[in-house]
Design a protein around this ligand. Structure first.
Ligand SMILES: *[C@@H]1O[C@H](CO)[C@@H](O)[C@H](O)[C@H]1NC(C)=O
Ligand SMILES: *[C@@H]1O[C@H](CO)[C@@H](O)[C@H](O)[C@H]1NC(C)=O
Ligand SMILES: *[C@@H]1O[C@H](CO)[C@@H](O)[C@H](O)[C@H]1NC(C)=O
Ligand SMILES: *[C@@H]1O[C@H](CO)[C@@H](O)[C@H](O)[C@H]1NC(C)=O
Length: 286
């Protein structure tokens, strides 16, 4: 029951957003404004840093929605979610989807040992540039393979440079790679559709498959049981200039967890996978 309610919250929250536009059909409205996207992502970080909603309210539409861990946060009723906590942000990377007009930011707050967080947030904008949906996955102690300090150290060792224009992969190819990967739990042939790269490294919570070797692989530990519940209610932010797709979903096969996967492709091949999986206020268990 709780899960169905959760899913419908997400569906309702997403219904009016740019995300509802079928894949491949850009909104006919005005071009997406990159400055507005940057200002909004900055405002989110300012709100999290201050532990106050106000900076964010400067960039939201009148009837914006806030979804955290796939559940609607009742802002009108005074709820603030994780934004009620002032957190020092130690790492931030924001990527831009200029087609659906959205950003994804990967944030780590590791310096306060009593209050560690790894947060993924998608901000979805309307045609005027205002934020209509704040969609976040919030992980802390108890989340899958959680260790913010270790995650921070590993993130700082990776290089995610912009992809030179002539070498960018098409949007559909980037999304298909992420979808094939997320299909591996429920589809026996999906792994054959993943464009595995070498080297490839996976940062799953704080667990790392990389050994800093040219033959690093993302395959160790991929699902061998393909009859599990699927990863559903996927929300996408795709940035061709970074080779990335951020996908939020319901991780049905592990406690209906709230999950964030970010994939980076280089030259058509999977190079990096970053995950955050939150079981809300419970400890994640398979
Ligand atoms: C409020 O949001 C809904 C869907 O999210 C949208 O259809 C509607 O136009 C919005 N109304 C205003 C006044 O912005
Ligand atoms: C883009 O957004 C910025 C910040 O909100 C605004 O100052 C600027 O006028 C916008 N540009 C266009 C072309 O609308
Ligand atoms: C399983 O994955 C393969 C490869 O991506 C795809 O062709 C096929 O349609 C998928 N099957 C189902 C039932 O989704
Ligand atoms: C999301 O999960 C975090 C812990 O990972 C928890 O502190 C927070 O309350 C959750 N948010 C919602 C809206 O359930």
């Amino acid at each position: 029951m709780a899960f169905l309610q959760k899913a419908s919250f997400v569906a309702a929250a997403l219904a009016g957003s740019a995300f509802a536009v079928p894949f491949g059909l850009a909104p006919a409205a005005a071009a997406c404004n990159r400055t507005a996207l940057t200002l909004a992502a900055d405002a989110y970080v300012a709100a999290q840093t201050a532990g106050q909603l106000e900076p964010l309210l400067a960039v939201t539409a009148a009837n914006w929605s806030y979804v955290e861990n796939n559940s609607k946060v009742d802002v009108a009723g005074g709820a603030r979610g994780v934004l009620a906590k002032a957190l020092k942000i130690d790492h931030r990377r924001t990527v831009y989807d200029m087609v659906v007009c959205a950003t994804f930011s990967e944030l780590v707050s590791a310096s306060d040992a009593a209050n560690p967080y790894v947060i993924g947030v998608q901000l979805h904008h309307d045609a005027s540039g205002a934020v209509v949906l704040v969609d976040s996955i919030v992980s802390t102690t108890g989340a899958w393979l959680f260790d913010a300090k270790k995650t921070l150290t590993l993130l700082q060792q990776e290089t995610w440079a912009p992809i030179p224009e002539a070498q960018r992969d098409p949007r559909a190819l980037i999304q298909a790679a992420g979808d094939a990967y997320l299909d591996m739990w429920s589809n026996a042939t999906a792994s054959q559709a993943v464009p595995w790269g070498t080297p490839c490294t996976r940062l799953e919570g704080s667990a790392y498959t990389g050994h800093n070797r040219p033959d690093d692989s993302c395959k160790p530990g991929i699902p061998s049981n393909h009859n599990q519940a699927p990863n559903t209610h996927r929300r996408y932010v795709i940035d061709e200039s970074m080779g990335t797709v951020s996908i939020f979903c319901v991780w049905e096969h592990m406690m209906n967890a709230a999950d964030s996967h970010e994939f980076r492709l280089e030259g058509g091949k999977l190079r990096y996978v970053h995950t955050m999986t939150s079981c809300g206020n419970k400890t994640c268990r398979l």
